[in-house]
Design a protein around this ligand. Structure first.
Ligand SMILES: C[S@@+](CC[C@H](N)C(=O)[O-])C[C@H]1O[C@@H](n2cnc3c(N)ncnc32)[C@H](O)[C@@H]1O
Length: 251
């Protein structure tokens, strides 16, 4: 079997939301790199007793990848844990590229993202026929900035379900922009440290998003889901409609 370094999404916090694949990898790894600011210790506790656990919050890309390469070349099983799903705001690609240059094989194992858990807590379906069939996952610009073609204004024009990551510090301008397109009473799910022991979610209205964020002193680890599909009367779908024939219910 080809040896690889696995990049693993471990979900937003609750260990019960790990995939079985992620759990097996954690249980058998010799060296575990983990984003300690966003992953609870409970998840790391599934690891082997003598395994080496390396917190990445204070390390640079160069440091992380040089230790990874060193341990891998010593014959160790190396894994890298990212919160949520690695494909979202994970800074994963830059790590994969360095490892590729060293001819080290890699794999990415998906995880549950924060927006999915916040939606599930409110039993929200974010794609309801005739209301919206689209979910936009985005963020306020901040220090990273946004490509010009993806300004919140342009995205909000769709009036779809819209999830804001990494945006609590920029909620004033985000709310102002969103209110140009969505009605003030549009429902917003706010989730803070969703699925952690001290986490919570709340259902508010768009017009109160800034006030609520300031009152709760939200700065980080907060997800917002703005959606016209939350708390609406859903038209029934075609999928389970007796008059609608499809491959699995044709006759
Ligand atoms: C660096 S990004 C990583 C996102 C992650 N890859 C994912 O799929 O959820 C961190 C941001 O994700 C969101 N986030 C991650 N975990 C969260 C949680 N447990 N509760 C609320 N928001 C969370 C917040 O917006 C946070 O600022």
């Amino acid at each position: 079997m080809v040896r690889k370094i696995s990049f693993i999404g471990v979900g937003p916090g609750d260990p019960d939301l790990l995939t079985i694949k992620a759990l097996k990898k954690i249980e058998s790894a010799d060296v575990i790199f983990w984003a300690d600011s966003l992953i609870p210790e409970k998840i790391i506790n599934f690891s082997l007793k003598g395994s080496e656990k390396i917190k990445t919050s204070t390390l640079t890309l160069e440091k992380i990848t040089s230790i990874m390469i060193e341990r891998f070349n010593e014959g160790k099983t190396v894994i890298r844990l990212h919160d949520g799903d690695p494909c979202l705001y994970g800074a994963v690609k830059e790590q994969l590229e360095i490892l590729r240059q060293e001819n080290i094989e890699t794999e990415v194992i998906p995880g549950v993202s924060a927006f999915q858990v916040a939606a599930a807590y409110h039993q929200a379906e974010l794609t309801i026929p005739d209301i919206t069939q689209t979910i936009i996952l985005t963020r306020a610009g901040g220090r990273t900035g946004m490509p010009e073609k993806e300004s919140l204004k342009d995205l909000a024009k769709h009036k779809s379900s819209l999830c804001l990551y990494l945006s609590a510090r920029h909620i004033k301008s985000s709310q102002k922009t969103l209110l140009e397109f969505y009605p003030p009473e549009t429902k917003v799910i706010v989730g803070y440290r969703v699925s952690w022991d001290d986490g919570w979610t709340s259902l508010i209205e768009l017009k109160d998003m800034e006030k609520f964020t300031l009152e709760k002193e939200l700065i980080r680890t907060t997800i917002y889901i703005v959606s016209p599909a939350i708390n609406t009367i859903a038209n029934r779908s075609n999928l389970y409609n007796p008059s609608y024939k499809h491959l699995f219910r044709g006759k």
